[in-house]
Design a protein around this ligand. Structure first.
Ligand code: SF4
Length: 108
């Protein structure tokens, strides 16, 4: 799941910011800080069987099909467009599609 992967990737940075230990209340604070508000409505949370980080050459169609039905697709895409280092499918787009969208936004 893209959102969860982003959280895990950034968890060390948040932990350092909060001076965290691994106590449960600190972990809850970390997650509350790290998760975007729209994450609660993310359709991918309900479909762990769908991969949003596929091997090279594997189909991204199942993930993109799920994104098309997701209520927070716009928020997810905005989040991903703001971070050019994100891999995987976000907001129905892959990294190259997002790079193209960023160039289009800059040109406009
Ligand atoms: S748009 Fe796709 S990746 Fe983003 S939250 Fe929805 S299902 Fe997940």
């Amino acid at each position: 799941m893209p959102v969860l992967s982003a959280v895990v990737a950034n968890l060390a940075a948040y932990a350092a910011l909060l001076g965290s230990s691994d106590e449960p209340d600190n972990l809850a604070r970390l997650l509350a800080t790290a998760l975007p508000q729209w994450h609660r409505d993310a359709l991918c949370r309900e479909h762990p069987e769908v991969s949003f980080f596929t091997e090279l050459g594997a189909s991204t169609a199942p993930a993109k099909a799920l994104c098309r039905r997701c209520l927070v697709r716009d928020e997810c895409l905005s989040y991903a467009l703001a971070d050019p280092h994100l891999e995987g499918i976000w907001g129905g787009t892959g990294p190259r599609e997002r790079a193209r969208l960023r160039r289009t936004q800059k040109a406009a």
